[in-house]
Design a binder for this molecule. Sequence first.
Ligand code: SF4
Length: 294
Amino acid sequence: MSRLRMALIANGSKTLSDVKLLGCIVGDSLRCTPFVCSDAGSARSVAPHTAFVLECVNEGYVMAEMKLHDFAANETDRGPFIPTKLANNPRAGQWTSERLSQDMVADYKRFLMTDGEGIRCSLYVSGCPFHCKDCFNSSIWDFKAGHEYTQALEDHIIEDLAQPFVQGITYLGGEPLLNTRVLLRLSKRIRSEFGHDKDIWCWTGYTWEELMRPGESQDKMELLSYVDILVDGRYIATLHDSLLQFRGSRNQRILDVPQSLAQGAPVQWSKLHDQERFIPEIYGQERAEGEGKA
Ligand code: SF4
């Protein structure tokens, strides 16, 4: 049996037997099929919402608990709803692309309408140390997940962006601000091929205030200089709201980066438009009520 690495997160459970498995990596390939891990053992009690890495080597298990830290406990002005006990809070400059990134990408999707304004291409870089509870992409917290970023992929992205109906590219993860080697290279090429005809959106677990702290690494600022729109902040499950446009929790913001840099303070995207009611639910109810009447 090959070496198996699995990303686990306790699902409010008391024992490991009903821990929910969110994804697994076999060798170098990502297998992301969520299922309930019932055979992981039941003797050990676990705290609710605790993240684990469980390594299975042949018949044995090696389990390491991943503690969530507030490294920046004495720092102020870290942005809305930060710090949180549910996700790591780094000190300024503590996490850098230079130390963490393996230049890996988990996925690339083209011609989507879900990751920002208009029809877009989306690049998912690998690795995120924030470890938010209920992260939508915990299977790629590992900086080694996925595939190497290659020249062939970059050429493919540029070809897709050249389509006249494509508005721009979106960087997601993982944590884009901790994968700056890849994204600076791509951003420079996009600006050299298309100027500002294609826009760049970026999702990050950092808040704007954290990125602006003295001592934060320069490559983050350099990448921000290419980004048009930044969706900032950790995903905080207790602040989840399905009505938000392009965000998962109420602490997150959609920021106009050039305006924010010019004004020295976070400036909200002028086209922000959150829903006022949950339309899919209403449609679902109407469909259910109408069934059998026709
Ligand atoms: S910052 Fe985003 S990718 Fe990282 S753990 Fe939080 S939700 Fe997941």
